[in-house]
Design a protein around this ligand. Sequence first.
Ligand SMILES: [Zn+2]
Length: 244
Amino acid sequence: MSQNLLPPYIITLDVDWAPDFIIDYVAQLIIDHNVKATWFITHESPAIDRLRQHPDLFEIGAHPNFFPASTHGQTPEEVWRQIRKIAPEAVSIRTHGLYQSTWYYIEAIREGFLYDVSTLLPSHPCPAPARFEWSNGSILKIPFVWEDDIEFQKPNPSWQTEKIITVPYPAILNFHPVHIYLNSENHLRYQNFKKLILKTNEISEFQRLRNTRLGTAKIFIEVLEKNADYSATLKEIGEIYKNL
Ligand SMILES: [Zn+2]
């Protein structure tokens, strides 16, 4: 596969403990478009297991939380153990909150991860991957260029895929299932969602929180449509770059 055959966009999703009905909703959208995607998972659940029933489309990646009060553990050792239990098959990884340190990379190599996508280079025109090498092996750092909740924090958010083009590398995008479901255009909508989830699990209640104008879902659907003819998971892109 040569680089001119790379898809324009790579879809990645940080699950961030989204409820099952939202994971199912987003998975179905992707399946309906027959597009590949990489899910960075945070927990075990029936909807996560349903993702595993589509290995032709979905890659399971790991999304560990190394911050204080993490549900994955109190120490890095506990977090690694827990995330490996949640995502034993993962070779791709993105840290929650894009946490990074030299030791993080050394330990990610030790845990057998091959591709790290924790580096955001917002709208960078040429986001080249780079290899981090250590005495215990190496990991390929693949930058991503766009994230839904960072877009909507900008003074003037843009919901147009035309503004996120990177050549010769595909533009790696990071979506959160909850923001696709809510079609979020700001953080307030998510705050309301978090309040509501403490009170009810009635799906119709959540539907009322959805934005009906421009937002995350609009750009997500556009990306699905643009990737309909040819798409790839992060792992597949990593394999193309493996000699870097
Ligand atoms: Zn996260």
